[in-house]
Design a protein around this ligand. Structure first.
Ligand SMILES: Nc1ncnc2c1ncn2[C@@H]1O[C@H](COP(=O)(O)OP(=O)(O)O)[C@@H](O)[C@H]1O
Ligand SMILES: [Mg+2]
Length: 350
C-alpha cells in the first residue's frame, strides 16, 4: 500500500493553485477508483475547500459549520489536537467524505478542510516549533513541521492506498512550510508574467536556501533547519503553465514567457537534478526537459467559472447552460471537452 502526496505551491498569489488543485484532485479520484484521495487545504482562505464542498453560498455555510465545531473538523482541529497530544487516529473526526456534501464528486475523495483560523494560530505554531529543546532527542521544530507529513502516511480507509493533494498559500509562513514538507512531489503553477518567472528563483531560495546565505540570519532559515534535521524536501514534478487567455497575440506572448520559465527551471535542473523527480527518459536538452517536466493548462473560460462556483469537475459538466448567481451562463461542449482533456492529460502524468 503506497501513499503518494503532491503539494501545489508557488510563492505568488493568483496563479491558479486552488483551481488546479480542485480540477486535478477531482479527476484523479475518478480515474483511480481503487485509491482514496485526500485534499488538505493549507490555505486560510479555504478556496479549494469551498469549491469541493459545492461552491457558492451553500459551501460557505458548510465551511462555517466545520470551523465552529468545538474541535474544528478542519486542518486547525487536526493540527491543534496533534500538538496537544490528543488522539488523532480517528480521521473521521477531522476529514469529511465529500460525496455527502457534493453529489458531483466520487465516493473516494475526502477533504481536510481549510480554516481561516490557521492564520490566527500561526504565531502559536511558530512558538511551539521554536521552543528550546529539553533534551537531545526533543526536536519541536521537526515535530511541528512534520504534522501533515505524518498524516500523509495514513489515509481515511485502512486497506486502500491514498493520494494526497495539498493546496497552499503563497506566503512562506509556518503553515506553508508544514505543507511543503508534507509533499513527496511539488507541482508549480505559473502564469505568463515576469513576476511569475521571478517567483521561481524565490521558490528555490526558500526551499533549498540561497546560494549565498546571509551571514547572520542565514542560520535561522527554513532551509538551514531542514538541512540540520535531515528532513526530506519534495521533488519538483511539474511546472504547470496556466494560461488565462486564448487570444492569438496573447498566446504568442505566453509561449515566449513560458519558454523563459522553462529555461530557468532547466538551468536549475542541470545544476541540481536531484531536486527534481527522476525523469522517465533521458533529459539532455531543454526540449525533452519541457516534455517531461511541464504541462500547459488552457483558459477554462466560462466552464471554469461554473466549475468553481458549483463544485463540478469538468468531466461531469454535461449541460450547456448553468445558473451562476441568477445569471445564465453558456458553456459550449467544445470548450468543456478541451478543458477536460487538458486536466486528464496532467492527471496521467502524476
Ligand atoms: N485556467 C484558468 N482559466 C481561467 N481562469 C482561471 C484559470 N486558472 C485560474 N483562474 C482564475 O484565476 C483566479 C485565481 O485562481 P486561484 O486558483 O484562486 O489562484 P491561487 O490559488 O494561486 O491564488 C480565480 O478567479 C480563478 O477562477
Ligand atoms: Mg488559492
Amino acid at each position: 500500500m503506497i501513499n503518494k502526496s503532491y503539494v501545489i505551491w508557488n510563492n505568488k498569489g493568483g496563479v491558479g493553485k486552488s483551481t488546479i488543485t480542485f480540477h486535478i484532485a477531482s479527476v484523479y479520484a475518478e480515474q483511480n477508483p481503487k485509491r482514496d484521495v485526500v485534499v488538505v487545504d493549507m490555505c486560510p482562505q479555504a478556496n479549494v475547500s469551498m469549491m469541493l464542498m459545492g461552491g457558492g453560498s451553500k459551501a460557505e455555510e458548510r465551511l462555517k459549520k466545520l470551523i465552529t465545531k468545538g474541535t474544528p473538523q478542519t486542518v486547525v482541529g487536526y493540527i491543534t489536537d496533534n500538538i496537544t497530544r490528543y488522539d488523532t487516529s480517528n480521521l473521521d473526526n477531522y476529514m469529511i467524505q465529500l460525496s455527502s456534501y457534493n453529489e458531483n464528486l466520487t465516493k473516494n475523495i475526502y477533504l481536510l478542510s481549510g480554516d481561516g483560523n490557521l492564520e490566527l494560530i500561526a504565531p502559536l505554531l511558530s512558538e511551539r516549533a521554536d521552543a528550546t529543546p529539553l533534551s537531545e532527542r526533543d526536536t519541536p521544530w521537526v515535530n511541528v513541521h512534520s504534522i501533515i507529513k505524518v498524516l500523509t502516511e495514513k489515509g481515511p480507509s485502512k486497506n486502500r492506498p491514498c493520494t494526497y493533494f495539498i493546496d497552499t498559500n503563497p506566503s512562506f509562513s509556518i503553515y506553508t512550510q508544514i505543507a511543503i514538507l508534507s509533499g513527496q512531489y511539488l507541482l508549480v503553477p505559473i502564469n505568463a508574467d515576469d513576476s511569475s518567472i521571478f517567483a521561481i528563483t524565490g521558490l528555490f531560495n526558500l526551499i533549498w536556501g540561497s546560494t549565498e546565505p546571509h551571514p547572520v540570519y542565514g542560520k535561522y532559515t527554513f532551509s538551514s533547519k531542514v538541512d540540520r534535521f535531515k528532513m526530506d524536501r519534495p521533488k519538483i514534478a511539474l511546472l504547470l503553465g496556466n494560461r488565462f487567455t486564448q487570444k492569438v497575440g496573447a498566446a504568442h506572448a505566453f509561449k515566449a514567457l513560458s519558454d523563459e520559465a522553462i529555461k530557468k527551471m532547466y538551468e536549475e535542473y542541470k545544476n541540481k537534478p536531484d531536486r527534481f523527480v527522476e525523469p522517465k527518459s533521458e533529459v539532455d536538452n531543454q526540449e525533452n526537459f519541457e516534455n517531461q517536466f511541464s504541462a500547459e493548462l488552457r483558459d477554462f473560460n466560462s466552464a471554469g467559472v461554473v466549475a468553481a462556483n458549483q463544485g463540478i469537475p469538468l468531466s461531469k459538466m454535461d449541460k450547456t447552460v448553468y445558473k451562476v448567481y441568477k445569471e445564465s451562463i453558456q458553456v459550449s461542449k467544445d470548450q468543456r471537452d478541451k478543458c477536460k482533456k487538458v486536466i486528464e492529460d496532467i492527471v496521467k502524468k502524476l
